[in-house]
Design a protein around this ligand. Structure first.
Ligand code: DQA
Length: 139
């Protein structure tokens, strides 16, 4: 299968910020583990702090032939109607993931404006959230 692992705002700081919440591994290290886990699949990785670039990556995922997009939109999750509309505009299934359990944190993180247009939501399993989301397409 062909997966796009897409990370939004501030996920480039993983391993450096709030280590008690997001762990000590960098995004590059996590991505390398995901690539090794799915060694027989195509795994591409993209991170941007810019909302429009995340929208463009979602739009392009369709013509690039991805079977699924695994999306950790970061804080965009909680307010980006633009990303929500981008997800709704493609037929590629998008899974919302979070490393932390967003329901056990601040109230503003309890609300996602993208869940409704995503195939499913996985949160709270650290880097394993990404793997569980992609693995779901293989079961
Ligand atoms: C996050 C949770 C979001 O609330 C937060 O803004 C992030 C990371 C997570 O992976 O747990 O940047 O998406």
């Amino acid at each position: 299968m062909k997966f796009l692992f897409l990370n939004g705002v501030n996920l480039n700081m993983t391993g450096l910020r709030e280590k008690d919440v997001y762990g000590t591994q960098t995004l590059e290290q996590i991505n390398a583990e995901i690539k090794a886990y799915f060694k027989n699949d195509v795994c591409d990785f993209y991170q941007s702090n810019l909302e429009g670039e995340i929208c463009a990556a979602i739009q392009n995922s369709q013509k690039q032939g991805y079977d699924a997009v695994i999306l950790n939109a970061g804080a965009f999750t909680h307010y980006s109607y633009a990303i929500r509309d981008a997800i709704a505009s493609v037929s590629v299934p998008v899974v919302e993931v979070h490393m932390s359990n967003v329901h056990a944190r601040e109230e503003f993180r309890n609300k996602s404006v993208i869940s409704e247009v995503c195939k499913g939501v996985i949160c709270g399993f650290g880097k394993v959230s990404y793997i569980l989301a992609a693995e779901s397409f293989k079961l």
